[in-house]
Design a protein around this ligand. Sequence first.
Ligand SMILES: NC(=O)c1ccc[n+]([C@@H]2O[C@H](COP(=O)([O-])OP(=O)(O)OC[C@H]3O[C@@H](n4cnc5c(N)ncnc54)[C@H](O)[C@@H]3O)[C@@H](O)[C@H]2O)c1
Length: 257
Amino acid sequence: MTTTWAVITGAGRGIGAVLARHAAKEGYRVAAWDLDGEAVRAVADDIGEACVPMAVDVTDESSVRSAVAELPAAPSLVVNNAGIVRFGPLLELAAADWRAALDVNLTGTFLVARVAAERMIAESTGGAIVNIASINGLAAAPGAGAYTASKAGVVMLTEHMALEWGAHGIRVNAVAPGLIDAGMSDAIYADPEVRRLRSGRVPLGRLGTAQDVAETVLFLGSEKAAYVTGQTLAVDGGITRGALNAMPRARSDASAD
Ligand SMILES: NC(=O)c1ccc[n+]([C@@H]2O[C@H](COP(=O)([O-])OP(=O)(O)OC[C@H]3O[C@@H](n4cnc5c(N)ncnc54)[C@H](O)[C@@H]3O)[C@@H](O)[C@H]2O)c1
């Protein structure tokens, strides 16, 4: 049986670490990349020999090029998961924070996907790319303007890559996680009142998990999604499409919104 490689960026913690574990369980050899080399080595040690860790900065094209060149074959699956958030209202946001969010979330996704796609094309293998966006790329959120703009960029970049690379057998989709009880949101959900209020707004009645995200990513990366490309799939318990959930209605319920 041939070895199929999955590249997971930002695999040193949070959703990426769970993704790496799921991908290994699904039979991939996992190239687990993170800026934090020590963290990703610990994740790989835990997963076992199916996982090969590497310190990679997704914003640095030469770092990405050497990491892709080190893979024994073109990857079958690339998950652009590395991401950062920089909070602050736009009137106060430092330009450095704006640039950092755009650099990691959008430029990093572009660089990793492009270098991986070059290799898929050179080896005529095709492949699947899944970009991790956010529901914040589908709807604005208070104090998160740099993050929302970067993630909306990921959604459009996904469509564009799908358009340009489809002829090479490369499918490109995005997953937009919602209120996820993991990773960068750990601090938010440490407050039980915030957990209660936020969970109560989700039509499915609970926060999402890193596993929820990983299952969808692996579906989109698999042959089961062979005719799906250019899509962004929200893994959000219905919250983005349930924006009118909190609207009061007249008792008779007779009038339209
Ligand atoms: N956790 C959530 O609530 C949530 C919700 C929606 C979307 N997301 C998205 O999911 C993805 C993973 O988020 P998470 O919550 O696991 O975050 P996290 O902060 O726990 O992990 C992100 C990882 O990315 C790595 N990273 C940061 N900059 C990097 C760079 N330049 N090069 C390589 N690696 C880098 C970090 O070292 C870290 O290990 C992100 O793209 C995030 O925007 C998360």
